[in-house]
Design a protein around this ligand. Sequence first.
Ligand code: URP
Ligand code: ZN
Length: 456
Amino acid sequence: MRILIKNASLVLEDRIERGDLLTNGRVIEQVGGNIESSADRVIDATGCYVFPGFIDTHTHFDLEVGTTVTADDFATGTKAAVVGGTTTVLDFATQERGMTLMDAFSKWENKAKNSSCNYGFHMAMSEWNEDRIAEIPRMIENGITSFKMYMVYDNMRLSDGVMYEAIKRLAKEDCVIGIHCENDDIIKARVKELKAAGKTASRYHAVSRPNVVEADGVGRLMDAAYLAGGPAWVVHLSTKEGLAIARRARERGQEVYLESCPQYLVLEESMYDAEDGAKFVMSPPLRSKADQEELLAAMGTGEIDWIGTDHCSFTMAQKAAGKDDFSKTPNGGAGVQNRAEIVYTRAVKGGCIDMVKMGQLMSTRAAKLFGMYPGKGTLRAGSDADIVIFDPDAPHVIRAATNLHNCDNSPYEGYTAAGMTRDVILNGTLVVENGALIASNKGEYVHRDRCGRYRK
Ligand code: URP
Ligand code: ZN
């Protein structure tokens, strides 16, 4: 199958170029200029931008959280992802205590079989001991070259010392480890205090985890990585204070990677007061306009490396578990479908970044760090034919009811996006046309190389 895209604004790594793009089977054959070639399908992209397929570095599909499981599994979550322009998700395979890393990998391989976009896994570890460490080479052989540890959640939390050891050990393999940065002890004390005062509504979720709670975690991560001599990767950065600490770490020569998410760019803490405030209960919580502005500016300067979603969806019935106690609300929100349109609307139309930077934040940097480049993350001859045609002039309102996710709510309900993903080519096949999913279950496992540590 050869697909010829005509009259596009091609988003290359350092510039926009007007011209055509030709795919041949699973790869891109030619990029730029006026391509006169026979093709099975010709797509007119006049007025549209053509990007390398977007990569979502942070999803939780089919994740068991306490006694409940996320509303989206891979079947539904990846349909929502691809229709929004995400051609690859990196989900967190999760090693529960007592489980081997290999068992967690097999479990996630099985969950992901019916995916409609490509998928790879980070390995979230809940233990760090000789047996788990001995499995790391096998993870790398299987294409898992990034890991995660949490400073919070009783079933996952590990100590700062473990993080120090893990960063040091994994750096030797050119693997990176993302850290969920929050101070668990302080959160627990504040939750107890708030509940004792009868403050149980959703808004107190944010009160229990103020900005300094994240900043403390970022600080401890930066110091651990400094002493370990390895990379520090902050997942879902949400605060100006955390950003300032990461900035100082870079100034002292550290290799720091920063991920943020759309919810920290457009949603605000005051939203917890809404009737359906529980849908915003996620960790870290929503912040202030001032935090949003700092994160957006840092996207413009290139200090934020990429944007993932942290898609972790729960229905309102599931969220109701916290109706009398915010701390019992399952944490997380739905967003995998809406990342590109929100980043475009808030950051590009808002004047913080241009389309080239959007390509970097949505695809190129993630492809580089997570060992997928130049197969993914770039439009060049020989690269994978994972391609997004994005219409910058397609105003529409985001609605949970029209999203393809399997969730009855969206934190972005009612948000007016200025543009949208129009068409998507996945592994050389047109799977989204005019905003509609026309082919599902075409996703494949992405066996990743060691990390391309571009800030080393
Ligand atoms: O609230 C969130 N983000 N839930 C998903 C797990 C995590 O903390 O990333
Ligand atoms: Zn997460």
